[in-house]
Design a protein around this ligand. Structure first.
Ligand SMILES: Cc1cc2nc3c(=O)[nH]c(=O)nc-3n(C[C@H](O)[C@H](O)[C@H](O)COP(=O)(O)OP(=O)(O)OC[C@H]3O[C@@H](n4cnc5c(N)ncnc54)[C@H](O)[C@@H]3O)c2cc1C
Length: 272
């Protein structure tokens, strides 16, 4: 296998290396605590964004450069080599944004992708729970449909950057009657509501990179859920490979609402 960079990859590296040398971040703040550090990283992301370097692996239609995996590896290698920080919104750029690109509606892409890329809106990830870290399917946070919204109650832990986040990509249980690895749905939850309390976990270094989230009847509009299943087995990301619903023999697709007889309120809420 030849691992030598192609001419295009070498040119990509040289362009990025040159840009990083000419555009270093402002000096790291020495006072102001974590809030100042967070603002510093946000300002750095804004500079990367203005030059088209915030997320080079994103497709060009969403503001990226459409980089190949090798170019992405070069990107992170050069960021490390230059000893500059990663963009502030790392979870939005690497997880939340790409998820919406594949599974989001046009409205969701329009609403969320640009502020993720610019760092205007920071995202955090609410998957892990006190007794469900590696074993995600054990999570207990529940989301119950009430009218046009979902009401969420539960606890999350290890939520990196939650204290700076506007949005949380949250996984919660929407159906407790199916095997535990089913009946889970993915939500985009607004962190700016009293029902969501963020408690920092102080590390031995004195920093609080991680947090606990205490969620008491948080509200999430129906437009912010992907693949909630009210009556048949829910798969978190996509319909079952056969296209058949395992409980009800309905055949939902990404663009359909399930019409199975047992459906309590239409099971397949994927829009796309
Ligand atoms: C730097 C960092 C940042 C993180 N940021 C976030 C974040 O932003 N959001 C978020 O949601 N999470 C975050 N996490 C949590 C992380 O993604 C894991 O979910 C979590 O660390 C694992 O949970 P735990 O620590 O409770 O370990 P446990 O789940 O208790 O696992 C401990 C050990 O038991 C094993 N184990 C667990 N369950 C089973 C099982 N059923 N069968 C057999 N073996 C099992 C595991 O493999 C592991 O070896 C972060 C973690 C790190 C290290």
């Amino acid at each position: 296998m030849d691992l030598t960079f192609s001419e295009g990859e070498a040119a990509f590296r040289d362009e990025l290396r040159g840009w990083l040398e000419e555009n270093p971040p402002d000096p790291k703040p020495e006072s102001g605590g974590e809030a100042a550090l967070s603002e510093w990283r946000r300002a750095w992301q804004r500079r990367l964004y203005d030059a088209g370097w915030a997320a080079p692996s994103w497709p060009t239609e969403y503001g990226g450069r459409g980089c190949t995996p090798t170019e992405s590896a070069i990107y992170f290698e050069e960021i490390g080599r230059a000893r500059v920080p990663l963009a502030a919104n790392v979870l939005g750029l690497l997880l939340g944004g790409p998820t919406l690109m594949v599974w989001g509606t046009d409205e969701q892409k329009e609403r969320y992708l640009a502020p993720i890329l610019s760092g205007e809106e920071i995202w955090c990830q609410g998957f892990s729970e006190p007794e469900a870290g590696s074993d995600l399917a054990s999570l207990k946070t529940r989301a119950v449909k009430r009218g046009d919204e979902w009401v969420v109650t539960g606890q999350k832990v290890w939520t990196s950057g939650a204290q700076h986040a506007k949005w949380c990509m949250l996984v919660a249980r929407t159906d407790s009657e199916v095997p535990k690895h089913k009946g889970l749905s993915y939500f985009v939850m607004d962190m700016e509501q009293d029902a969501v309390q963020v408690r920092p976990l102080r590390q031995i270094t004195g920093e609080s990179e991680f947090n606990e989230l205490f969620i008491e009847e948080a509200q999430i509009p129906d437009a912010n859920v992907r693949y909630a299943c009210a009556s048949c087995s829910t798969t978190l990301w996509r319909p079952p490979p056969s296209g058949a619903c395992s409980r009800t023999r309905c055949t939902p697709t990404r663009s359909q609402t399930c019409t199975c007889a047992a459906s309590r309120s239409g099971c397949w809420r994927g829009r796309g």
